[in-house]
Design a protein around this ligand. Structure first.
Ligand SMILES: Nc1ncnc2c1ncn2[C@@H]1O[C@H](COP(=O)(O)OP(=O)(O)OC[C@H]2O[C@@H]([n+]3cccc(C(=O)O)c3)[C@H](O)[C@@H]2O)[C@@H](O)[C@H]1O
Ligand SMILES: Nc1ncnc2c1ncn2[C@@H]1O[C@H](COP(=O)(O)OP(=O)(O)OP(=O)(O)O)[C@@H](O)[C@H]1O
Ligand SMILES: [Mg+2]
Length: 272
């Protein structure tokens, strides 16, 4: 059923490396900054990025909820790619922000963490004349499982068209250490958080549900049967995709002049 999600991973990795190199070149910027968490997505994108350009800067931004294992895994990745890095502890910044809101809600504080990281990545990008390279995958993007303008606030999403289960295959191909590939995916925004725990469905099922619904236009009831999951899980996925549509768009502009097309104002070639 899911053979179509199989790909020539060697070809995919070469394709993404080339696209990244060309994207950076076309932007007129010199390279890329990336946040490395020790998780699979940032490890994969870091590896691709170092093959696309020599100008890479890595930010390690641990907080109190970052597992020690993730920091170790980040250093393993750093040693293997040999990229320059800065380590910045973010807890003082996060506390400073959350004290102004007077809240200790874990999702709220977690989102502050993601936005503090984004702010630091953009400051480094500006200082170095680099782009901010994003790490979101297709599963997270479709589900809206990211912080708007936090880890979602980036310049380009190299693995944004690969489901989490496909990122794992690509990771094997490009030689990411096995324990990084196998550990449970987690935003690590609070202690004990795991993606599958918070979503309430495993990624293996989520990816099949997404694929059958949105790429095969299969009826939800049939999807539940095919994936051997409950109808409730399929409905939950549909709800997440629909409710988080706003995270995949630029903010809506209430148009008045009506002269422009789309949300972009095009610079006509004739002016060049
Ligand atoms: N219809 C609409 N049109 C325009 N904007 C809309 C909107 N509905 C909400 N919003 C805005 O969006 C905000 C909610 O979005 P957001 O602030 O992102 O917050 P929210 O989606 O509530 O939380 C982020 C989720 O992503 C997870 N996450 C975060 C970071 C990293 C990762 C990871 O996988 O590593 C996962 C995190 O665990 C949590 O479950 C609202 O407060 C509102 O401002
Ligand atoms: N401690 C951290 N230091 C630096 N960057 C981080 C840190 N935590 C999160 N990030 C950034 O936020 C991104 C989103 O986190 P997310 O957990 O989705 O990705 P991941 O850890 O790379 O992979 P996975 O989704 O499997 O956990 C990371 O890829 C990374 O770029
Ligand atoms: Mg993670």
């Amino acid at each position: 059923m899911m053979q179509e999600l199989e790909m020539d991973w060697n070809f995919v990795s070469n394709y993404l490396i080339t696209r990244l190199r060309e994207y950076i070149q076309a932007s007129g910027k010199k390279g890329g900054v990336i946040g490395l968490s020790g998780g699979i997505d940032s490890s994969v994108v870091l590896k691709l990025l170092t093959q696309a350009t020599r100008n890479v800067h890595v930010l390690l931004m641990p907080s109190e909820s970052t597992p020690a294992k993730d920091i170790q895994d980040s250093y393993t990745m750093l040693r293997s790619v040999g990229a320059p890095y800065s380590e910045i502890k973010i807890d003082d910044l996060v506390k400073s922000f959350s004290s102004k809101v007077d809240s200790d809600d874990k999702v709220l504080v977690g989102n502050i963490k993601a936005r503090v990281r984004m702010t630091l990545l953009y400051a480094y990008a500006q200082k170095l004349d680099y782009l901010v390279i994003g790490t979101g995958d297709k599963s997270e993007i479709l589900l809206g499982y990211f912080t708007k303008y936090g880890d979602g606030g980036v310049d380009v999403l190299p693995i944004g068209d690969l489901y989490k289960t496909q990122v794992k295959k690509l990771a094997q191909q490009i030689g990411i250490p096995k324990n990084i590939i196998e550990k449970p995916s987690s935003p690590a925004l609070w202690e004990g958080q795991t993606a599958e725990g918070e979503l309430g469905i495993d990624y293996e099922s989520v990816d099949k549900i997404l694929y059958l619904l949105y790429e095969k236009f299969m009826d939800p009831q049939k999807v539940a049967q095919e994936v051997k999951t409950s109808r409730e899980n399929v409905d939950k996925v549909i709800r997440l995709v629909r409710n988080n549509e706003h995270k995949r768009k630029m903010p809506e502009i209430f148009k008045i002049s009506g002269r422009t097309v789309g949300s972009d104002w095009r610079y006509p070639r004739i002016w060049e």
